[in-house]
Each structure stands twice: as C-alpha cells, then as structure tokens.
Design a binder for this molecule. Structure first.
Ligand SMILES: [Zn+2]
Length: 314
C-alpha cells in the first residue's frame, strides 16, 4: 500500500469500507479519490493513482484524464542546464547542437504549418532552447524567445536573436509586448502551472492571434501500452501528460478555441532515436558525441499532439 505524504489528503474510501481489507486496499491503490486542483478542468477534481515512475506518483484527473507527476522538491532551474541538452541527463536531449541540420529542416516545416494559420506578424517562442526554430521563423515573422537554460539563451543571442533568459513570466512577456503567434514546442508538459502560463499567453496575444503547442498524448495507444516505459513518461522533467479532452478543457476555460489538433509525422535526428531506444532498453549511453546529426528519419508513434489555439478576432 502507498504511504500518504505529509501534505496529501487522506484517501477517504480507503477507510470507508471495512470488509475484506486486503482486496479492498489493492483496489483502493488504483481508484481511491485524491483531490487535486486540475489545471485543465480549472477546479478541484478527484484523481486516481496510475503508477509510479522515476520515484514520482503519476496521478490522473478522473474528469479530463490529464496526467500529473507528483514531484516533491524538484527544482527546474537546477535541472535545465547545459547538461540537459548535451545528453548527460538520462532524460534530456542527445547532442542537441550536433543535430542542428535535422532540427532546422523540421522547424522549417513547422513554420510552413504555422503560416497556414497566421501569415506573419510578431512571434515568440517559450522554451526556445538554442533558437533553431526562431532562426527559421525569422524569415517570415518578427521573432523573440524566452529560455530558462542560460547557455542555450546565450547561444541564440550570439546568433542575433532577441532572447530573454529565465522563466516565462508576466514581466518578460510584457517586455516583448503584444504578439500574433506564441509557440510552445514540447514545453507545456514542463511548466509548473500550465494554466497560469497559458492565461498569460492569451493576455499577450493580439485578437485573432494563435498559440501553437506540441505535447505528448497520454490518451494514445502507445502511452496506454507502454505505461511507465512510455518514451514521454519522464518525470520530474515532464510534470503533465495531456489528452485530447484535457487540451479542450484547458483551452475553453481560458477563452481559446481549439482550431486544430493532430498527431503529425516528424523528422527526428537518428542520434535522438538511438538515445531513446537505449534508454528504453536500459543500455548505457556511449560517452563520445554522436555523429548522426545530419541523419533524420520520419517517425510517428501517434503519441504526440500538435495543437493550434485561437483567441477570438476583433
Ligand atoms: Zn481535469
């Protein structure tokens, strides 16, 4: 049986039924109500414990199916360092800089996709890493970025990009001013409070502006089949595991319309595929820098969503 943490509410049903305690307790582990404020639903909802991964409890909202990692004492600022992007963290990116050519090609495709919804104007990317996407977007948009990792932010600045270093808070968004497009590629699942950040984004958007998000799909077949070994089940790095329904609720609660949601194909650096395969199989990562940065392979496990949210026009 799971031990209750100091700040957690009691699992009410665990004490409610005295009959057949062993069977009941086994049952209660998966289904007992754990009340949490769900950022997608926007209020307190019962959650159920799905499983434990990397010593974090993974709970799921019983109403919208949003998954969440309970990560006591996790400090994002200490985690997203140069090591995160160079493969030294088990769950980080394998040789991100070395994969620039493949990443740039993929980001150019993302820019084309975005221009189907907004042809131009001002664009910001939250969590812009080394700025590879912004370099491609700059062909059509006036661009800016916010990045937590200092050395990644510095790399983008040296390339001439307008990048603010730190968390994406109100002060930084205000410094950038009103925008037409806000991009969060594989970022929303890292945010301590995704609802608050998206609310800030909405305020910063011009009427008719869009927010483009990519994130894993916890409701996908791949996620269901692989459970704790799902490639995106990497707490404490990933704190949230969205589903189609949780995206829908989060958006409508903030006055945004889901204009598009799909599971796109993606050109992925071969080095990243090898890195994730080794991690999944529990194999050691090679110590040298991978040289497969120029090789990209089309991949689709249909377990990641691409979403366009629109703020109502004038
Ligand atoms: Zn919910």
């Amino acid at each position: 049986m799971r031990i209750r943490g100091p700040d957690e509410p009691f699992e009410m049903t665990a004490n409610a039924l005295p009959a057949h305690p062993p069977v009941h307790l086994a049952n209660a582990k998966g289904t007992a109500g754990l009340a949490r404020a769900c950022p997608a639903c926007g209020h307190m909802v019962d959650h159920r414990l799905r499983f434990r991964a990397n010593n974090c409890d993974i709970l799921q909202c019983s109403s919208c199916s949003l998954g969440r990692a309970e990560t006591p004492g996790f400090d994002p600022a200490a985690y997203y360092t140069a090591d995160y992007f160079s493969g030294r963290h088990a769950d980080g990116y394998a040789d991100y800089l070395g994969a620039e050519p493949v990443l740039r090609r993929e980001f150019a495709r993302s820019v084309d996709f975005i221009r189907g919804y907004r042809r131009g104007g001002k664009l910001i990317e939250l969590g812009c890493a080394y700025g590879f996407f912004l370099m491609e977007a700059a062909r059509h948009f006036e661009v800016a970025g916010i990045e937590l990792a200092a050395d990644a932010a510095e790399h983008g600045r040296r390339a001439g990009l307008n990048i603010l270093q730190g968390t994406a808070d109100e002060a930084k968004l205000r410094r950038i001013g009103p925008v037409d497009v806000i991009v969060l590629f594989d970022v929303i699942e890292h945010l301590p409070d995704p609802r608050e950040t998206l609310a800030l984004c909405r305020r910063q958007l011009n009427p008719g502006g869009i927010i483009v998000i990519t994130t894993g799909d916890f409701g996908s077949l791949a996620a269901s089949l692989t459970g704790t070994r799902w490639r995106l089940m990497t707490p404490p790095q990933h704190l949230w595991f969205f589903t189609r329904e949780s995206v829908q609720r989060l958006a409508s609660g903030l006055g945004l319309t889901v204009e598009h949601l799909d599971h796109p194909w993606k050109i992925v650096p071969a080095s990243l595929i090898a890195f994730q395969l080794r991690r999944m199989l529990g194999l050691r990562q090679p110590s040298g820098v991978a040289s497969a940065g120029r090789i990209g392979l089309p991949v689709n496990l249909f377990d990641a969503m691409r979403i366009v949210l629109r703020k109502a026009g004038p």
